[in-house]
Design a protein. Structure first.
Length: 433
Protein backbone atom coordinates (compact mmCIF):
# COMPACT_ATOMS: atom_id res chain seq x y z
CA UNK A 1 0.00 0.00 0.00
CA UNK A 2 1.35 3.44 -0.99
CA UNK A 3 0.97 6.84 0.64
CA UNK A 4 -1.45 7.96 -2.07
CA UNK A 5 -3.84 5.20 -1.02
CA UNK A 6 -3.83 6.55 2.54
CA UNK A 7 -4.71 10.05 1.27
CA UNK A 8 -7.70 8.74 -0.71
CA UNK A 9 -11.03 10.11 0.56
CA UNK A 10 -12.63 6.66 0.37
CA UNK A 11 -10.07 5.13 2.74
CA UNK A 12 -11.71 4.19 6.10
CA UNK A 13 -9.54 6.31 8.40
CA UNK A 14 -10.33 6.19 12.10
CA UNK A 15 -11.69 2.61 12.02
CA UNK A 16 -10.29 -0.85 12.87
CA UNK A 17 -10.66 -1.73 9.18
CA UNK A 18 -8.30 1.15 8.32
CA UNK A 19 -5.68 -0.36 10.62
CA UNK A 20 -6.09 -3.77 9.01
CA UNK A 21 -5.70 -2.22 5.56
CA UNK A 22 -2.34 -0.64 6.43
CA UNK A 23 -2.88 2.78 8.13
CA UNK A 24 -0.62 2.25 11.16
CA UNK A 25 1.25 5.59 11.44
CA UNK A 26 0.73 8.77 13.46
CA UNK A 27 -0.04 10.70 10.26
CA UNK A 28 -3.60 9.35 10.12
CA UNK A 29 -5.96 12.26 9.28
CA UNK A 30 -8.74 11.00 11.60
CA UNK A 31 -9.44 12.49 15.03
CA UNK A 32 -8.22 9.22 16.56
CA UNK A 33 -5.52 7.37 14.54
CA UNK A 34 -6.39 3.96 13.16
CA UNK A 35 -3.89 2.14 15.36
CA UNK A 36 -5.36 3.76 18.51
CA UNK A 37 -8.90 2.90 17.40
CA UNK A 38 -7.83 -0.70 16.76
CA UNK A 39 -6.13 -0.99 20.17
CA UNK A 40 -9.11 0.45 22.04
CA UNK A 41 -11.62 -1.53 19.98
CA UNK A 42 -9.90 -4.79 20.89
CA UNK A 43 -9.21 -4.06 24.57
CA UNK A 44 -11.98 -1.61 25.64
CA UNK A 45 -15.52 -3.01 25.64
CA UNK A 46 -17.19 0.37 26.26
CA UNK A 47 -15.30 1.93 23.33
CA UNK A 48 -16.24 -1.01 21.08
CA UNK A 49 -19.90 -0.68 22.06
CA UNK A 50 -19.94 3.06 21.30
CA UNK A 51 -18.11 2.53 18.01
CA UNK A 52 -20.50 -0.22 16.89
CA UNK A 53 -23.44 2.03 17.77
CA UNK A 54 -22.16 4.64 15.27
CA UNK A 55 -21.00 7.23 17.79
CA UNK A 56 -18.70 9.85 16.14
CA UNK A 57 -15.08 9.97 17.22
CA UNK A 58 -15.44 13.59 18.36
CA UNK A 59 -18.20 12.61 20.79
CA UNK A 60 -16.08 9.71 22.09
CA UNK A 61 -13.20 12.15 22.74
CA UNK A 62 -15.57 14.50 24.58
CA UNK A 63 -16.80 11.64 26.77
CA UNK A 64 -13.21 10.64 27.57
CA UNK A 65 -12.35 14.23 28.54
CA UNK A 66 -15.48 14.46 30.72
CA UNK A 67 -14.57 11.18 32.45
CA UNK A 68 -11.05 12.43 33.15
CA UNK A 69 -12.36 15.72 34.57
CA UNK A 70 -14.85 13.87 36.78
CA UNK A 71 -12.12 11.56 38.11
CA UNK A 72 -9.85 14.53 38.80
CA UNK A 73 -12.60 16.41 40.65
CA UNK A 74 -13.46 13.33 42.74
CA UNK A 75 -9.79 12.95 43.68
CA UNK A 76 -9.63 16.60 44.75
CA UNK A 77 -12.83 16.24 46.81
CA UNK A 78 -11.46 13.12 48.51
CA UNK A 79 -8.17 14.89 49.27
CA UNK A 80 -10.06 17.89 50.71
CA UNK A 81 -12.20 15.65 52.92
CA UNK A 82 -9.12 13.80 54.14
CA UNK A 83 -7.39 17.11 54.90
CA UNK A 84 -10.44 18.39 56.85
CA UNK A 85 -10.65 15.14 58.81
CA UNK A 86 -6.94 15.39 59.70
CA UNK A 87 -7.41 19.01 60.84
CA UNK A 88 -10.36 18.02 63.05
CA UNK A 89 -8.40 15.13 64.56
CA UNK A 90 -5.44 17.42 65.31
CA UNK A 91 -7.49 19.83 67.44
CA UNK A 92 -6.76 19.49 71.19
CA UNK A 93 -9.69 18.30 73.29
CA UNK A 94 -10.13 19.29 76.92
CA UNK A 95 -10.87 16.46 79.29
CA UNK A 96 -14.18 16.83 81.08
CA UNK A 97 -13.86 16.97 84.90
CA UNK A 98 -15.32 13.94 86.64
CA UNK A 99 -17.40 13.94 89.78
CA UNK A 100 -14.47 12.52 91.80
CA UNK A 101 -12.12 15.36 90.80
CA UNK A 102 -14.79 17.95 91.63
CA UNK A 103 -15.30 16.41 95.06
CA UNK A 104 -11.56 16.38 95.78
CA UNK A 105 -11.24 20.01 94.68
CA UNK A 106 -14.13 21.05 96.97
CA UNK A 107 -12.74 19.12 99.96
CA UNK A 108 -9.21 20.48 99.65
CA UNK A 109 -8.57 23.45 101.99
CA UNK A 110 -8.09 26.79 100.32
CA UNK A 111 -4.72 28.49 100.98
CA UNK A 112 -4.75 31.43 103.31
CA UNK A 113 -4.84 34.75 101.59
CA UNK A 114 -1.66 36.78 102.00
CA UNK A 115 -2.00 40.39 103.13
CA UNK A 116 -1.66 42.84 100.27
CA UNK A 117 0.93 45.61 100.60
CA UNK A 118 0.05 49.27 100.43
CA UNK A 119 -0.65 50.86 97.06
CA UNK A 120 2.66 52.75 97.04
CA UNK A 121 4.58 49.58 97.96
CA UNK A 122 2.85 47.22 95.55
CA UNK A 123 5.29 46.22 92.73
CA UNK A 124 4.16 46.40 89.11
CA UNK A 125 3.61 43.00 87.59
CA UNK A 126 2.65 42.23 84.01
CA UNK A 127 -1.04 41.47 83.59
CA UNK A 128 -1.49 37.82 82.63
CA UNK A 129 -2.87 37.41 79.14
CA UNK A 130 -6.05 35.41 78.68
CA UNK A 131 -5.55 32.14 76.83
CA UNK A 132 -6.59 32.40 73.22
CA UNK A 133 -9.35 30.18 71.88
CA UNK A 134 -8.22 27.27 69.72
CA UNK A 135 -8.03 28.31 66.08
CA UNK A 136 -9.89 26.43 63.37
CA UNK A 137 -7.89 27.97 60.50
CA UNK A 138 -4.31 27.17 59.57
CA UNK A 139 -1.78 29.72 58.40
CA UNK A 140 1.96 30.17 58.84
CA UNK A 141 1.37 33.55 60.51
CA UNK A 142 -0.46 31.97 63.46
CA UNK A 143 2.65 29.99 64.40
CA UNK A 144 4.63 33.23 64.39
CA UNK A 145 1.98 34.83 66.64
CA UNK A 146 2.34 32.06 69.22
CA UNK A 147 6.14 32.38 69.21
CA UNK A 148 5.92 36.19 69.49
CA UNK A 149 3.58 35.99 72.49
CA UNK A 150 5.96 33.57 74.19
CA UNK A 151 8.90 35.88 73.47
CA UNK A 152 7.00 38.91 74.80
CA UNK A 153 7.21 37.48 78.33
CA UNK A 154 11.01 37.90 78.24
CA UNK A 155 10.82 41.64 77.46
CA UNK A 156 10.69 44.48 79.98
CA UNK A 157 7.30 45.76 81.10
CA UNK A 158 7.40 48.98 79.03
CA UNK A 159 8.24 47.13 75.79
CA UNK A 160 6.06 44.06 76.38
CA UNK A 161 2.79 46.05 76.46
CA UNK A 162 3.36 47.86 73.16
CA UNK A 163 4.60 44.72 71.45
CA UNK A 164 1.61 42.70 72.68
CA UNK A 165 -0.78 45.32 71.26
CA UNK A 166 1.07 45.21 67.94
CA UNK A 167 0.79 41.40 67.88
CA UNK A 168 -2.96 41.66 68.62
CA UNK A 169 -3.43 44.05 65.69
CA UNK A 170 -1.39 41.76 63.45
CA UNK A 171 -3.50 38.74 64.47
CA UNK A 172 -6.70 40.64 63.62
CA UNK A 173 -5.27 41.67 60.24
CA UNK A 174 -4.14 38.09 59.71
CA UNK A 175 -7.66 36.80 60.32
CA UNK A 176 -9.02 39.19 57.70
CA UNK A 177 -6.26 38.12 55.32
CA UNK A 178 -7.17 34.44 55.78
CA UNK A 179 -10.82 35.26 54.96
CA UNK A 180 -9.75 37.22 51.87
CA UNK A 181 -7.50 34.34 50.85
CA UNK A 182 -10.38 31.85 51.11
CA UNK A 183 -12.59 34.19 49.05
CA UNK A 184 -9.78 34.58 46.50
CA UNK A 185 -9.46 30.81 46.17
CA UNK A 186 -13.21 30.47 45.54
CA UNK A 187 -13.06 33.15 42.84
CA UNK A 188 -9.95 31.52 41.37
CA UNK A 189 -11.79 28.20 41.13
CA UNK A 190 -14.77 29.89 39.41
CA UNK A 191 -12.46 31.62 36.93
CA UNK A 192 -10.74 28.34 36.12
CA UNK A 193 -14.14 26.72 35.51
CA UNK A 194 -15.05 29.56 33.16
CA UNK A 195 -11.76 29.17 31.32
CA UNK A 196 -12.29 25.40 31.02
CA UNK A 197 -15.80 25.91 29.62
CA UNK A 198 -14.55 28.57 27.17
CA UNK A 199 -11.79 26.20 26.02
CA UNK A 200 -14.30 23.44 25.32
CA UNK A 201 -16.54 25.87 23.43
CA UNK A 202 -13.60 27.12 21.36
CA UNK A 203 -12.55 23.55 20.60
CA UNK A 204 -16.06 22.65 19.39
CA UNK A 205 -16.31 25.83 17.28
CA UNK A 206 -12.89 25.18 15.73
CA UNK A 207 -13.90 21.62 14.79
CA UNK A 208 -17.13 22.91 13.28
CA UNK A 209 -15.25 25.58 11.31
CA UNK A 210 -12.88 22.94 9.97
CA UNK A 211 -15.73 21.20 8.15
CA UNK A 212 -16.09 24.17 5.78
CA UNK A 213 -19.91 24.16 6.03
CA UNK A 214 -21.74 27.28 7.18
CA UNK A 215 -25.16 28.88 6.69
CA UNK A 216 -25.10 32.65 6.71
CA UNK A 217 -21.77 32.78 8.54
CA UNK A 218 -23.17 31.13 11.71
CA UNK A 219 -20.10 28.96 12.29
CA UNK A 220 -17.72 31.88 11.68
CA UNK A 221 -19.59 34.02 14.21
CA UNK A 222 -19.61 31.16 16.71
CA UNK A 223 -15.85 30.73 16.28
CA UNK A 224 -15.28 34.48 16.74
CA UNK A 225 -17.47 34.59 19.88
CA UNK A 226 -15.74 31.52 21.33
CA UNK A 227 -12.33 33.08 20.71
CA UNK A 228 -13.41 36.33 22.41
CA UNK A 229 -14.82 34.44 25.42
CA UNK A 230 -11.65 32.37 25.74
CA UNK A 231 -9.46 35.48 25.66
CA UNK A 232 -11.69 37.26 28.20
CA UNK A 233 -11.54 34.27 30.58
CA UNK A 234 -7.75 34.10 30.20
CA UNK A 235 -7.37 37.84 30.92
CA UNK A 236 -9.69 37.61 33.95
CA UNK A 237 -7.67 34.74 35.40
CA UNK A 238 -4.38 36.58 34.81
CA UNK A 239 -5.74 39.81 36.37
CA UNK A 240 -6.87 38.09 39.59
CA UNK A 241 -4.10 38.98 42.07
CA UNK A 242 -3.47 37.05 45.26
CA UNK A 243 -4.21 38.99 48.50
CA UNK A 244 -1.12 40.44 50.16
CA UNK A 245 -0.49 39.26 53.75
CA UNK A 246 -0.12 41.89 56.51
CA UNK A 247 3.32 43.00 57.69
CA UNK A 248 4.62 41.43 60.90
CA UNK A 249 5.56 43.76 63.77
CA UNK A 250 9.24 43.91 64.66
CA UNK A 251 10.45 42.46 67.93
CA UNK A 252 11.66 45.38 70.14
CA UNK A 253 15.12 45.29 71.64
CA UNK A 254 15.83 46.39 75.21
CA UNK A 255 17.66 49.70 75.46
CA UNK A 256 21.08 49.76 76.97
CA UNK A 257 24.70 49.18 76.28
CA UNK A 258 25.31 45.88 74.54
CA UNK A 259 28.62 44.33 75.48
CA UNK A 260 30.97 44.27 72.54
CA UNK A 261 32.50 40.95 71.81
CA UNK A 262 36.19 40.73 71.32
CA UNK A 263 37.12 40.08 67.70
CA UNK A 264 38.20 36.55 67.07
CA UNK A 265 40.43 35.42 64.26
CA UNK A 266 38.64 33.74 61.38
CA UNK A 267 38.98 29.97 61.44
CA UNK A 268 39.02 28.46 57.95
CA UNK A 269 37.85 24.91 57.43
CA UNK A 270 40.53 22.47 56.25
CA UNK A 271 40.63 20.69 52.93
CA UNK A 272 38.14 17.90 52.38
CA UNK A 273 35.12 19.92 53.61
CA UNK A 274 32.23 21.58 51.83
CA UNK A 275 33.24 25.02 53.18
CA UNK A 276 36.64 24.68 51.52
CA UNK A 277 34.90 23.68 48.27
CA UNK A 278 32.62 26.73 48.54
CA UNK A 279 35.70 28.99 48.67
CA UNK A 280 36.71 27.67 45.23
CA UNK A 281 39.12 24.87 46.05
CA UNK A 282 39.39 22.31 43.23
CA UNK A 283 41.12 19.52 45.10
CA UNK A 284 39.58 16.06 44.55
CA UNK A 285 38.76 15.60 48.24
CA UNK A 286 37.04 19.02 48.38
CA UNK A 287 35.03 18.27 45.24
CA UNK A 288 33.87 14.95 46.69
CA UNK A 289 32.99 16.67 50.00
CA UNK A 290 30.82 19.18 48.11
CA UNK A 291 29.02 16.39 46.27
CA UNK A 292 28.42 14.46 49.48
CA UNK A 293 27.03 17.61 51.15
CA UNK A 294 24.64 18.13 48.23
CA UNK A 295 23.48 14.50 48.35
CA UNK A 296 22.75 14.73 52.06
CA UNK A 297 20.96 18.05 51.60
CA UNK A 298 18.72 16.59 48.86
CA UNK A 299 17.96 13.50 50.97
CA UNK A 300 16.97 15.66 53.97
CA UNK A 301 14.77 17.86 51.80
CA UNK A 302 12.95 14.86 50.30
CA UNK A 303 12.44 13.35 53.75
CA UNK A 304 10.72 16.50 55.06
CA UNK A 305 7.00 16.81 54.30
CA UNK A 306 5.73 20.05 52.79
CA UNK A 307 3.64 22.02 55.37
CA UNK A 308 -0.05 22.22 54.54
CA UNK A 309 -0.10 26.03 54.57
CA UNK A 310 2.45 26.17 51.73
CA UNK A 311 0.30 24.09 49.35
CA UNK A 312 -1.41 26.17 46.68
CA UNK A 313 1.44 28.71 46.54
CA UNK A 314 4.49 29.27 44.35
CA UNK A 315 6.70 28.48 47.34
CA UNK A 316 5.10 25.04 47.60
CA UNK A 317 6.15 24.41 43.99
CA UNK A 318 9.72 25.36 44.90
CA UNK A 319 9.59 22.92 47.84
CA UNK A 320 8.81 20.08 45.43
CA UNK A 321 5.00 19.87 45.01
CA UNK A 322 4.90 19.75 41.20
CA UNK A 323 2.05 17.29 40.55
CA UNK A 324 -1.28 18.95 39.83
CA UNK A 325 -3.36 15.84 40.49
CA UNK A 326 -1.86 15.05 43.92
CA UNK A 327 -1.71 18.60 45.35
CA UNK A 328 -4.25 18.83 48.25
CA UNK A 329 -4.98 22.54 47.67
CA UNK A 330 -7.83 23.88 45.54
CA UNK A 331 -5.29 25.64 43.30
CA UNK A 332 -2.30 23.38 42.77
CA UNK A 333 1.21 24.60 43.48
CA UNK A 334 2.11 24.27 39.78
CA UNK A 335 -0.79 26.55 38.76
CA UNK A 336 0.11 29.03 41.51
CA UNK A 337 3.71 29.09 40.27
CA UNK A 338 2.52 29.72 36.70
CA UNK A 339 0.24 32.54 37.88
CA UNK A 340 3.09 34.14 39.83
CA UNK A 341 5.43 33.88 36.85
CA UNK A 342 2.74 35.37 34.59
CA UNK A 343 2.27 38.26 37.04
CA UNK A 344 6.02 38.97 37.13
CA UNK A 345 6.17 38.99 33.34
CA UNK A 346 3.23 41.38 33.07
CA UNK A 347 4.88 43.74 35.58
CA UNK A 348 8.15 43.54 33.61
CA UNK A 349 6.33 44.62 30.44
CA UNK A 350 6.49 41.27 28.62
CA UNK A 351 3.46 40.80 26.37
CA UNK A 352 1.27 37.73 26.97
CA UNK A 353 1.44 34.76 24.64
CA UNK A 354 -0.90 34.77 21.66
CA UNK A 355 -4.10 32.69 22.14
CA UNK A 356 -3.83 29.12 20.90
CA UNK A 357 -6.40 26.60 19.65
CA UNK A 358 -6.30 22.82 19.05
CA UNK A 359 -4.19 21.94 16.02
CA UNK A 360 -5.91 18.72 14.94
CA UNK A 361 -8.78 20.39 12.95
CA UNK A 362 -6.27 22.69 11.22
CA UNK A 363 -4.06 19.70 10.38
CA UNK A 364 -6.99 17.87 8.78
CA UNK A 365 -7.90 20.95 6.73
CA UNK A 366 -4.32 21.32 5.44
CA UNK A 367 -4.31 17.66 4.43
CA UNK A 368 -7.53 18.23 2.50
CA UNK A 369 -5.83 21.13 0.70
CA UNK A 370 -2.90 18.87 -0.18
CA UNK A 371 -5.28 16.18 -1.41
CA UNK A 372 -6.85 18.74 -3.76
CA UNK A 373 -3.47 19.44 -5.37
CA UNK A 374 -1.86 22.26 -3.37
CA UNK A 375 1.73 21.94 -2.18
CA UNK A 376 3.17 22.87 1.20
CA UNK A 377 4.89 25.96 -0.24
CA UNK A 378 1.66 27.19 -1.86
CA UNK A 379 -0.28 26.68 1.36
CA UNK A 380 2.38 28.51 3.40
CA UNK A 381 2.52 31.46 0.93
CA UNK A 382 -1.28 31.78 0.73
CA UNK A 383 -1.69 31.69 4.53
CA UNK A 384 1.35 33.97 5.15
CA UNK A 385 2.95 31.28 7.30
CA UNK A 386 6.42 29.74 7.34
CA UNK A 387 7.07 26.58 5.35
CA UNK A 388 8.75 24.91 8.33
CA UNK A 389 5.74 25.68 10.54
CA UNK A 390 3.34 24.00 8.09
CA UNK A 391 5.68 20.98 7.82
CA UNK A 392 5.85 20.65 11.61
CA UNK A 393 2.04 20.87 11.73
CA UNK A 394 1.72 18.01 9.22
CA UNK A 395 4.64 15.69 9.95
CA UNK A 396 5.76 16.55 13.50
CA UNK A 397 8.89 17.98 15.05
CA UNK A 398 12.50 16.97 14.46
CA UNK A 399 15.49 16.36 16.70
CA UNK A 400 14.94 14.84 20.14
CA UNK A 401 11.14 15.18 19.74
CA UNK A 402 11.08 13.73 16.23
CA UNK A 403 7.62 12.80 14.98
CA UNK A 404 5.73 14.54 17.83
CA UNK A 405 2.74 16.40 16.37
CA UNK A 406 1.94 19.79 17.95
CA UNK A 407 -1.29 19.78 19.94
CA UNK A 408 -1.97 23.54 19.70
CA UNK A 409 -1.44 26.30 17.17
CA UNK A 410 -1.80 30.09 17.26
CA UNK A 411 -5.41 31.15 16.73
CA UNK A 412 -4.53 33.83 14.16
CA UNK A 413 -2.44 31.39 12.12
CA UNK A 414 -5.19 28.77 12.36
CA UNK A 415 -7.78 31.22 10.99
CA UNK A 416 -5.55 32.02 8.00
CA UNK A 417 -5.06 28.33 7.22
CA UNK A 418 -8.76 27.51 7.65
CA UNK A 419 -9.66 30.38 5.32
CA UNK A 420 -8.04 28.55 2.40
CA UNK A 421 -10.47 26.47 0.36
CA UNK A 422 -9.64 23.64 -2.07
CA UNK A 423 -11.93 25.09 -4.74
CA UNK A 424 -9.90 28.33 -4.98
CA UNK A 425 -6.72 26.36 -5.79
CA UNK A 426 -8.13 24.59 -8.88
CA UNK A 427 -7.81 27.55 -11.39
CA UNK A 428 -4.22 28.21 -10.29
CA UNK A 429 -3.30 24.55 -10.83
CA UNK A 430 -4.94 24.64 -14.28
CA UNK A 431 -3.00 27.75 -15.34
CA UNK A 432 0.29 26.29 -14.05
CA UNK A 433 -0.35 23.08 -16.03
Amino acid sequence: MSTLDLLDDSFPHGTPNGYRRGCRTAACPALIPCRTVHTRYVGDFSFARLFDAGTPLAEILERDAAARDEARQSDKIAAREERDAAAVAARPRRAKPTSTSRAKRAASPKPARQPQPASDERPERPRPSTPAAPRTRTHAGYQWVDKARAAAGQLPQDLAGAFTQAVDRYEADLGRHVDELAHWRDEQRDLRDRLRAATETLKTATIAAGTGLSVGGVIERALHNATVQHQAATDALAAHPRPTPPAKPRMPRPRGETPRRAPQPRQLQPHGTNACRARGCDRPECIEAGREYHRQWMANRKAQAIPLEHHGTAYGYQLGCKDRDHCPAETSCADASLAEERRRRREAGIAPQAPRVPAEPVRQHVRQLMASGMTVIEIADSAQASKSGVKILLYGRSGARKGELPREIEAEKAQRLLALQPATAAPELARSA
